[in-house]
Design a binder for this molecule. Structure first.
Ligand code: AHR
Length: 498
């Protein structure tokens, strides 16, 4: 059995967990909206056409914020097409994903849905084909009470009270050549600065996320961030990061080591933000919004066969396996370890499209990745402590990768300690010890484990509970020292309470 030591000190704090790091994402793409969250002709639909079975699974995930309506979709979108009487809404060619968009679901339906999901909106605006005028109009429609054209239009549409959306994304992946209205860093930086400035004139209380690179592999990565922030530092509250990983080579150790790279990515984006801060002699710190992250690769070949201009195709429907859940667990740990700067994160996406939740006409079920996300979101709230992990390492394409990923969160109010830990060793158990003598009187209340003999095991409609968490007795505290035995390739949640 391998051994690892975890060191913490209750005075060595990374930061408070901003609950918005447990955000998610709904894009008009594939079956995320239609047949995902909205399906009026389904036996599971409520009076507004929202799927009740999905709402329940989303509420259990405890998702405080949902990014909407895209993604690539937003860069060609006219939000006006999706408001007002449904019979008058136009069907449009949706160029980002090559489908027909019916517009039967739009901004107001989304706001109603977020309330039922116990969530809130993170609204993206179109800076691909549109600009400053549209940016101010949508804020007026959403956030002004009454007495102006767009606020009164919202009231005419049946929404007297403003939606009061606080969080706005200024475009999506504008560095990507695939993006509708793709821009250079100078073009985007200037546009984001002006759009943000005018949006704040309409509602000074809003917060703004500006587009970072679509991934750290982009040729313009780093210079994109530095250039756009040079232009729009004053308007930016958060800089976005996007990154997906896959196991195309069927090389599980390297796949699981991807969190090493994610950690480097976050640190390097922080450095760039702070470089621009220094250059500008600014007192303001830009925080990070990791607003697209997940595993994405299973569906890529299948998606090449989708015919153009169909409606609601099965698109990006990755069926996740057990090893994907392990990496999702490690990615969550990585986000938490940067709680001082990562304030928002969105697992992409929420339903049917690279998602923890899947639907069919007969019901909804949880994919493997649902579980680590649910554990982190429901139990990982409080103060992240600097968690030094002294673990054996293995060689990976990202350099040395620790077999153990871990983070500890202390919640003073609830008098709990929560440790998330992934043992990436495919052959051996890991003994993890942690000196908790500073936390006198804390006792183990649970050790939750997600594991499976088969790394490729999936949850499907026919077998929805193939991979599911259980409890074990593999943790004890003796004389203030926590000793946990973590099964080979396992996700662990160790809970202590005073
Ligand atoms: O989440 C799927 C797509 O991935 C999004 O539309 C886009 O922003 C990213 O490239």
């Amino acid at each position: 059995m391998k051994k690892a030591k975890v060191f913490i000190d209750k005075n060595f704090i990374v930061g408070e967990v901003d609950k918005r790091i447990y955000g998610s994402f709904i894009e008009h793409l594939g079956r995320a909206v239609y047949e995902g969250i909205y399906q009026p002709d389904s036996p599971f639909a409520d009076e507004q056409g929202f799927r009740k079975d999905v709402l329940e699974l989303v509420r259990n995930l405890n998702v405080p914020v949902v990014r909407y309506p895209g993604g690539n979709f937003v860069s060609g979108y006219h939000w006006e097409d999706g408001v007002g009487p449904k019979s008058e809404r136009p069907a449009r060619l949706e160029l980002a994903w090559g489908v027909i968009e019916s517009n039967q679901f739009g901004l107001n339906e989304f706001m109603d849905w977020t309330k039922k999901a116990n969530s809130s909106a993170m609204m993206a605006i179109n800076l691909g084909t549109r600009g400053i005028d549209d940016a101010r109009n949508i804020v007026e429609y959403c956030n002004i009470e009454k007495g102006s054209y767009y606020s009164d239009l919202r009231r005419k549409h049946g929404y007297e009270a403003p939606h009061n959306i606080k969080l706005w994304c200024l475009g999506n992946e504008m560095d990507g050549p695939w993006q509708i209205g793709h821009k250079t860093a100078d073009e985007y930086g200037r546009l984001a600065e002006e759009a943000g400035r005018i949006m704040r004139m309409v509602d000074p209380s809003i917060e703004m996320v500006v587009c970072g690179s679509s991934g750290h592999g982009m040729p313009t990565y780093a210079s994109w961030e530095a250039t756009i922030l040079d232009h729009c530092y004053d308007q930016a509250d958060y800089l976005s990061l996007h990154q997906y990983y896959g196991n195309q080579e069927n090389d599980t150790p390297n796949f699981l080591a991807s969190s090493v790279e994610m950690d480097w990515f976050i640190s390097s984006v922080i450095s760039i933000c702070d470089y621009v801060k220094a250059k500008k002699r600014s007192k303001k710190t830009i925080n990070l919004s990791f607003d697209e992250w997940n595993v994405w690769y299973h569906s890529q070949n299948q998606d090449k066969k989708i015919e153009r201009w169909t409606q609601v195709p099965h698109q990006l429907e990755d069926v996740y396996n057990f090893e994907d859940a392990l990496l999702v667990g490690s990615m969550l740990i990585t986000l938490l370890r940067h709680a001082d700067r990562v304030k928002i994160a969105c697992i992409a996406q929420l339903v049917n499209v690279i998602a923890p939740i899947m639907t069919s006409d007969t019901g909804a079920w949880r994919q493997t990745i649902y579980y680590p996300f649910m554990h982190a979101s429901t139990l990982g709230r409080g103060t992240v402590l600097h968690t030094i992990v002294n673990s054996p390492v293995y060689e990976s394409k990202y350099g040395d990768a620790p077999y153990l990923d871990s983070v500890l969160i202390a919640n003073e109010e609830e008098e709990t300690l929560t440790i998330f830990a992934v043992n990436k060793d495919l052959e051996e158990e890991m003994e993890m010890t942690c000196d908790l003598r500073q936390f006198a009187g804390y006792k183990i209340v649970d050790h939750i484990v997600l594991t499976h003999d088969d790394l490729k095991a999936e949850n499907t409609e026919a077998n929805p509970d193939n991979v599911r968490p259980g409890s074990c007795n593999q943790s004890k505290v003796e004389k203030g020292i926590l000793v946990s035995v973590l099964g080979k390739h396992s996700w662990n949640v160790i809970r202590l309470k005073k």
